[in-house]
Design a protein around this ligand. Structure first.
Ligand code: F0G
Length: 477
């Protein structure tokens, strides 16, 4: 296929990430890989010719204009920093009304000084996860290119978000989602079904579903909504803008984020590259990307095999060999944090760029660490699903290693709502040993050290009163 070159007059265009290719294509095209070399694509802006605020504080003017959907949206109020779409094409459902919670009890668990740990709660989005930040941008682009059928492979949240954007907007979008059979949490499956998405359960896992949806999208000309779509990442940059906004435009020391398909970490890196380039921040936070031990590709490649960005030319042999070994040993991703149960992260290369720019680190955390951290987030914060708690477990690990200092200002991204995966939560807290073994024991979780067990009492007033006296006393001891 020949490459259509973006008109030089374009203020925004798509560009291949590979410095040896750098093919450019207009934003009026829907492409999910470079047409010349197959590498990832970025959305790139000609900042010198675009109106950009001289200080981030200027965005505060939008707060008083909340009746305008583009000012209300926590994504589009930062439109000047993702200026690829005309205002009349924007598809928004009011996403990005999130908050940054100062969470001292969780901070104590992590080992931070008081006032230094913050949780960016993305579960407040309409579909209950951070995905809405990306969906609003990708749906906007889909409208720009007149797409109707939209598809994704998903561990659950992308599909839930995609289904919501189709059902809640009047533009005739039709949702087709691919999920690994038995691989997604109930809350997420419930959303896809309730919102009317065509839900294709394939026998396999996310990596299998991802490979298939790319083939299907290619064959049938369906618009792809996974984070391989560069417009998704434009929307997800705004998670960082809102973190800065909530900190009075001060840059924290650390951003800690779970890593699955590596869209978020890639988007965060791009956000900071652009903010620094535009002179809107004077320093960059460090980035920590946290894998689950059962889906540890990034950890293995970066820490084990020393894979690095190298100015856009990471050694492809390293990844190829690792994936080959994974295939020949039949290794499949396996973690209770089903959202990040991914062994072939599509945005690997962009994540390497983010790690390079943000002096990043990668860690893995076990399912035990994830579930314990999740219980602490529930007890001291707004609650989250297992994958999100990987960020808190990862911060704790980096704190123990002395890489994060207790006086650092740390922001952990809580990517998904607590109610997305009730099965994992109830199994952890429940006194039902069979349930614990089935859901968690099988994953190597041995203890529920922070369990809040339900108390079973006969249906008798005196027994109930005795139980309250007994258990509320125990609690205060
Ligand atoms: N946390 C949650 C709750 C997620 O749903 C995901 C990804 C991640 C973290 C990882 O983010 O891919 O940007 O590194 N979920 C995708 C999905 C893969 O299909 O819903 P990432």
């Amino acid at each position: 296929m020949s490459v259509t070159t973006a008109a030089t007059a374009d203020l925004a265009y798509q560009q291949c990430l590979n410095p040896e290719c750098r093919a450019t294509v207009g934003v009026d095209k829907a492409l999910f890989a470079c047409p010349a070399c197959g590498d990832l694509i970025d959305v790139v802006y000609d900042w010198d010719r675009l109106p950009v605020p001289s200080h981030l504080k200027e965005f505060e003017a939008k707060w008083s204009r909340r009746l305008d959907p583009l000012c209300f949206s926590g994504v589009w109020r930062f439109r000047d920093l993702l200026p690829f779409a005309p205002a009349e094409k924007v598809v928004t459902i009011g996403e990005g009304q999130t908050l940054l919670q100062a969470a001292d009890k969780v901070g104590q668990y992590v080992g931070m000084n008081a006032g230094q740990l913050f949780l960016e709660y993305e579960g407040m989005n309409p579909s209950g996860s951070f995905k809405d930040n990306g969906m609003t941008a990708a749906f906007t682009h889909a409208r720009m290119v007149n797409a109707r059928r939209v598809a994704c492979a998903s561990t659950g949240n992308t599909s839930a978000a995609l289904a919501v954007y189709c059902s809640a907007t009047p533009f005739g979008f039709k949702a087709i989602i691919f999920i690994g059979s038995g691989k997604i949490a109930y809350g997420k499956l419930a959303q896809a079904l309730d919102h009317g998405a065509l839900t294709i359960q394939i026998v396999g896992d996310f990596d299998d579903a991802m490979a298939r949806v790319r083939q299907v999208a290619d064959r049938l000309g369906i618009y792809l909504m996974n984070s391989i779509n560069p417009f998704r990442l434009e929307g997800q940059k705004t998670i960082m803008f809102r973190v800065l906004e909530a900190l009075g435009w001060e840059v924290p020391d650390w951003i800690v984020v779970p890593g699955g398909n590596l869209g978020n970490s890639s988007a965060f890196g791009k956000a900071f590259i652009e903010l620094k380039h535009l002179g809107l921040i004077d320093r960059v936070p460090r980035l920590a990307v946290i894998n689950a031990s059962g889906a540890r590709t990034l950890h293995e490649l970066v820490n084990g095999q020393k894979l690095a960005w190298l100015d856009g030319l990471p050694d492809p042999e390293v990844t190829r060999k690792y994936y080959g070994a994974m295939d020949s040993s039949g290794l499949k991703a396996s973690t209770i944090a089903s959202a990040i149960e991914i062994n072939r992260p599509v945005n690997l290369k962009k994540c390497l760029r983010a790690l390079d720019f943000c002096d990043g680190v990668v860690r893995e955390v076990s399912d035990q660490e994830i579930m314990d951290a999740k219980a602490r987030v529930g007890a001291g914060g707004l609650g989250c699903e297992p994958a999100s708690a990987a960020s808190v477990a990862g911060a704790k690990k980096l704190r123990e290693e002395g890489i994060i200092a207790p006086s650092d200002r740390v922001v952990c991204i809580l990517t998904g709502h607590q109610l997305k995966d009730p099965t994992a939560t109830v199994a952890y807290h429940s006194a039902d040993q069979d349930q614990f073994e089935k859901v968690l024991g099988s994953r190597g979780v041995r203890r529920a050290g922070f369990a809040n067990r339900p108390v079973v009492v006969p249906n008798d007033l005196d027994d109930i009163i005795r139980a309250i006296a007994l258990y509320s006393e125990t609690e205060t001891q």
